[in-house]
Design a protein around this ligand. Structure first.
Ligand code: GLY
Length: 598
């Protein structure tokens, strides 16, 4: 039975501070300044008539008015141009959105090795134009040999073995997930949808400035393990302008294309890579691989101001936390002006409350009873809303749990000509995962074990307290924040396909793009360029992007009692929006991604 004490403590504390249970009066526009940017930077782009000009702080590095990529038939948006191209190739051959999404997933494992993967896992939300909706959980699980205290040293101190090296990995789910999605909702063969990925691995990918910088950024981790022979041939990434081939990965991909998931989870390739790992001290066995299964679930389905959200249930916390946050915000007739202190206060307070629940109560439902219905109930949200103080911060109860999580991951969105939509988020956890590269099969292994609470109830090496529900148990999925989401319009038709990278910031960045489109009526490009904020209960502060709030707004927030922390970027989103005549695709201006439509 999971304790409800932290949330109740927070509620009591909040009631003390507010002295009233009534909702705060939003300070609409009170602290706004700045000049609206021209709505369209591209003269050929005409935003829909219901979109409004966005107002960003003057110093904010992304300007409003960026034009999206337009596709009259279909769209793929991912963090790597070759990933998007693989999806479009499959769509143009007649594949549906699931065929294309599987193609993108395998292509990113080659063309975006920092986060695309076959050695990690992910989540997929599928919305078929015929009305079928589904989610697929292909999150990694703890190996059978995993133990609760495996990352503590003899004195009980947390080590870095959950982050770096051979013991950091959960049993990979990506290959099982992608092949399962294709079998149930796809129309093409594995060989067809994997053809772009196999070509990229065999013929090589161009080492452009993005790939070069990415490998350079990962050098300290990659050079510790065997990936250095492929990615740092002379101690440096392959020369800018050269071609990077991955023959071992190509062989593995060919085998999967021919024999399906069994090529990865059984037989000679599996024997080779698990033996290689175990010789180095790893604990994943053939038995772990044989037992791995992805899990189908109904989406978390919620209504927000008449729109419908279809998003990811546990083992990801994404869908429940987004739903709880939006349920809290829906009680306000309208949100305070974008960028105002009132906006930051309400969003920060809603996130804080949803994250208190998230950090304490959410975990793998196969191991822990998760109160999804209670947490996503509008009456419950009303109770939480009543605890938000009138223009002052509520300290997070110090007993509330929180998480240390990787900040990386990658999200891609796909819509096909029929209006089928797929939102997929996949990860190795940190960039290049644990750093361990399996030479026999050509892939990086994840460091997803770090998403468990390695020391429940005690501060970890960052001083954070982690929840019991997410303690390590063999075969259990570690809690995730991945939030692939599909939003349906008020008439039930597809509106948005969205998701993000960024550990817990996935939840805040994904939901803010949704709020920017639904509440602030921004174009999708502006919704993605807009500055973001983040609150995850503990650390008990509001994180804002550098120059993302005006100085006077930051002053107001401090006066309300917020600790205001500044970071460089919150989330990397890839999204698609249906507009009249087709689809707009936008990759986050913070990212290296590119949408491709036709
Ligand atoms: N590893 C990041 C997440 O799953 O949320």
């Amino acid at each position: 039975m999971i304790s409800r004490r932290p949330l109740l403590a927070a509620l009591a504390l909040a009631a003390c501070h507010s002295g009233t249970s009534s909702a705060p009066a939003p300070t609409r526009g009170a602290t706004d300044a700045g000049t609206p940017q021209s709505l369209s930077a591209d003269a050929r782009y005409v935003p829909a008539p219901d979109r409004r000009a966005a107002v960003f702080p003057m110093e904010w590095r992304h300007k409003a008015g960026r034009a999206p990529i337009i596709g009259t038939h279909a769209m793929v948006a991912s963090d790597a141009p070759l990933g998007s191209a693989a999806g479009v190739e499959i769509l143009k051959l007649g594949g549906n959105a699931v065929d294309a999404a599987v193609a993108v997933g395998f292509a990113l494992a080659v063309a975006y090795p920092e986060a695309g993967n076959i050695g990690g896992g992910g989540y997929m939300v599928i919305h078929m134009a015929d009305g079928r909706n589904a989610t697929l959980d292909y999150r990694e699980v703890a190996p059978l040999a995993a133990t609760r205290n495996m990352y503590l040293d003899e004195s009980g101190k947390l080590t870095d073995r959950s982050v770096v090296g051979v013991t950091a990995s959960g049993v990979p789910g990506a290959v099982a997930g992608l092949t399962e999605a294709l079998a149930k909702y796809g129309t093409m063969s594995l060989a067809q949808v994997m053809a772009p990925a196999i070509r990229y691995a065999e013929d090589g990918i161009p080492v452009d400035s993005i790939t070069y910088k990415s490998l350079r950024g990962g050098r300290a981790l990659i050079e510790k393990f065997d990936g250095r022979s492929v990615f740092l041939p002379n101690g440096e990434p392959p020369a800018f302008g050269s071609t990077l081939k991955q023959p071992a990965l190509a062989k593995t991909l060919r085998a999967i294309a021919e024999r399906g998931r069994d090529a990865f989870y059984a037989g000679p390739i599996a024997e080779a890579w698990t033996s290689e790992l175990r010789r180095a001290g790893g604990i994943i066995t053939m038995d772990d691989l044989a037992r791995y299964r992805p899990a189908w679930h109904d989406p978390v389905r919620s209504a927000y101001r008449g729109y419908t959200l279809l998003t990811m249930p546990p083992s990801s916390s994404g869908g429940v936390t987004i739903t709880e946050t939006l349920n809290i915000l829906e009680g306000f007739d309208s949100l305070p002006a974008f960028g105002s202190a009132g906006w930051a206060h309400l969003l920060g307070s809603a996130y804080q409350r949803a994250f208190i629940d998230r950090n304490e109560k959410l975990a793998d439902p196969a191991f822990v009873s998760v109160p999804i219905r209670e947490l996503t109930d509008k009456r419950y949200a009303a109770k939480l809303r009543a605890t938000i103080g009138h223009m002052h911060a509520t300290p997070t109860a110090t007993v509330s749990a929180t998480m240390r999580e990787g900040m990386e991951t990658t999200h891609y969105s796909v819509v096909d000509e029929r209006g089928n939509a797929v939102a997929t988020t996949t990860t190795l956890n940190n960039l290049f995962g644990s750093g361990v590269y399996v030479t026999t099969a050509g892939f990086f292994l994840n460091d997803e074990m770090d998403d468990f609470a390695a020391q429940p109830g005690k501060p970890n090496m960052f001083g954070l307290v982690q929840g019991e529900a997410n303690a390590i148990q063999p075969g259990k999925r570690m809690l995730s924040a991945m939030s692939p989401t599909v939003v349906l319009d008020r008439d039930g038709s597809l509106l948005l396909v969205v998701g993000s990278r960024g550990g817990p910031r996935i939840i805040t960045s994904t939901s803010q793009v949704i709020l920017n489109v639904l509440d602030f009526k921004m174009t999708l490009a502006d919704a993605m360029s807009a500055p973001r904020l983040h609150h995850q209960a503990l650390p008990d502060s509001l994180l804002v992007e550098a120059a993302g709030v005006r100085p006077e707004v930051a002053d107001s927030l401090r006066a309300m009692g917020y600790g205001v922390a500044t970071g460089r970027g919150i989330g990397l989103v890839n999204a698609i929006m249906r507009v009249r005549g087709g689809y707009e695709g936008v990759s986050d201006p913070r990212s290296t991604g590119r949408p491709i439509g036709y």
